[in-house]
Write a protein that binds this ligand. Structure first.
Ligand code: ADP
Ligand code: TYD
Length: 205
């Protein structure tokens, strides 16, 4: 049986990493064979593309940025995601295509319809079974992320950029409400965990 494909999304500082580690532990304790991966990245080539994409000394056209995200994703699906799911392994992925719509689409201004063409080209029918969107205001994300010593190309953006990114995520969630669950991530970590258990427990074997 095909494994479950779960993605985590949210603006920088929303709490994805915190919840990802905890969720991975939660599933493994229930006997799920699980692989944790991330985007951009997850393969040797994808990690090289990630280096270019996050390098603040490497400016690029917004469509170049969008296409590189999808190029890394194509590789990731082919080498990691599809084979693992086919063998019944579960995947938890730290960001996926919703991030491209939110950051490159809403944040940078890349055309939403063109991104949909790329999504169809690269993914075909493949979509996550569940996407957890950790939603916070940009000010909260920035405060939580703290004073990052060497901010990357995205982290150096201003609050208005992250507000557009947040709006982009919420638009995706409205467009695909059955897949995406919006989680109010301003409440305590414990409260969020209780909510996560409610959402993911029914998926467990
Ligand atoms: P992300 O991976 O989304 O960038 P992190 O998981 O690294 O965010 O969280 C950023 C910081 O915020 C960490 O120090 C984490 O402990 C803290 N944090 C995460 N969620 C919450 C929360 N619900 N309430 C308070 N602090 C939080
Ligand atoms: P991530 O590793 O999640 O950063 P962090 O752990 O600091 O939150 O993601 C790296 C950055 O890449 C993040 O700022 C969002 C950005 N990104 C896009 O702009 N588009 C995409 O499609 C993806 C997957 C990530």
């Amino acid at each position: 049986m095909r494994g479950n494909f779960i993605t985590l999304e949210g603006i920088d500082g929303a709490g994805k990493s915190t919840h990802l580690d905890w969720l991975a532990d939660f599933f493994r304790k229930r006997g799920v064979k699980l692989r944790v991966t991330r985007e951009p990245g997850g393969t040797e080539l994808g990690e090289k593309l990630r280096g270019l994409l996050l390098d603040k000394n490497q400016p690029m056209h917004l469509e170049t940025e969008a296409m590189l995200m999808f190029a890394a994703r194509r590789e990731h699906i082919d080498k990691v995601i599809a084979p693992a799911l086919a063998q019944g392994e579960w995947i938890i992925c730290d960001r996926f295509t919703d991030a491209t719509f939110a950051y490159q689409g809403s944040g940078r201004g890349a055309d939403w319809a063109r991104l949909k063409v790329l999504e169809q080209w690269v993914q075909g029918d493949l979509q996550p079974d569940l996407t957890l969107l950790f939603d916070v205001a940009p000010e909260v994300g920035r405060q939580r992320a703290g004073s990052i010593k060497a901010p990357d190309r995205f982290e150096q953006e201003k609050n208005d950029f992250f507000q557009r990114v947040r709006d982009g995520y919420l638009r995706r969630a409205r467009e695909d409400a059955s897949r995406m669950r919006v989680i109010d991530a301003t409440v305590s970590i414990e409260e969020i965990r209780r909510k996560l258990v409610e959402i993911v427990e029914p998926l467990c074997p």
